[in-house]
Design a binder for this molecule. Sequence first.
Ligand SMILES: *[C@@H]1O[C@H](CO)[C@@H](O)[C@H](O)[C@H]1NC(C)=O
Ligand SMILES: *[C@@H]1O[C@H](CO)[C@@H](O)[C@H](O)[C@H]1NC(C)=O
Length: 323
Amino acid sequence: MELHSYIKIPFLFVVLLATLALGSTRVGFYKTTCPQAETIVQSVVQSSIRFNRTYAPAILQMFFHDCFVNGCDASILLDGSSSEKTAPPNSGLRAYEVIDAAKSMLETVCPGVVSCADILALAARDSVVQTGGTHWAMPTGRRDGFVSLASEAIFPSPSDSIDVQIQKFAKKGLNIEDLVTLVGGHTIGTASCRTFSNRLYNYNNTNEPDPTIDQAFLHRLRTLCPHGGDDATRVALDTESVNIFDTSYFENIKRGRGVLESDSLLWSDPRTQKYVKRFIGAKRPHRLTTFKKMFGKAMVKMSKIGLKTGNHGEIRRVCNKVN
Ligand SMILES: *[C@@H]1O[C@H](CO)[C@@H](O)[C@H](O)[C@H]1NC(C)=O
Ligand SMILES: *[C@@H]1O[C@H](CO)[C@@H](O)[C@H](O)[C@H]1NC(C)=O
């Protein structure tokens, strides 16, 4: 009995410290103030994805684009003549209506309580789960930001070298393992032909295709993307399993079947290849478990970039405008 009470003391301290810690989020932040918050977001996301599965990658990408600029503070959702959503790298973002739908339901049930930043974070988690990923506890308690500037919308680009990709993630406090893991979200993603057509026809001004692309795959991509490439045609980044959150994206990269240059570079550089190998090295189903677990962990880490909590930021009434 005595031993038992000794163990409890440090445990209590930990709980106390975690509660007092400023500038942090926690799992179940809305447990008493809006107990239905997570289930409402989940049901809106589920029905949206059932209606059109492309909402899953769209929501995931939107969250990534929110967190990379000004932190995860829903700055991506603000309207304005020069807000983030007007920046060229964000022109393809969609799914704003999914977040708005969840917000308006939440405003009916618990007005002024749940931030748009948290709705987006939860929706990103639910999108991954809905397509076959593993559920993870997403901390909440983020507040919505006031600032959204197109000029600050700088992201890793498909043409970035591995050095540049590593630098861009490092600036956000994310390491190489996080980079490879998070880019693994491409397992459910698509890209427009324009993003990679240079690899098919005129790589690095050689008038030849990128020599690292598998020949049969090159032929296939050329058929999908006729000369020049356009914005309207979209190609799966994980050929043959774009609707399922799995590790075949990494297996494809290894076989010269990466679509974006940045994807195929993950295999050619030893610093990133190391993690790709980890995801495809083990036998099924272990490799899936490893990737899915690490993805959740990396998402939680990313979800803490530039947190606004406590007295910072606000709880927006609608997601596209500050109060
Ligand atoms: C899903 O949405 C995409 C993008 O708007 C669209 O191209 C596609 O046709 C839609 N699919 C269905 C089945 O409605
Ligand atoms: C692209 O071309 C330049 C100059 O022709 C060369 O120095 C460089 O190594 C090439 N890059 C790649 C990735 O092949």
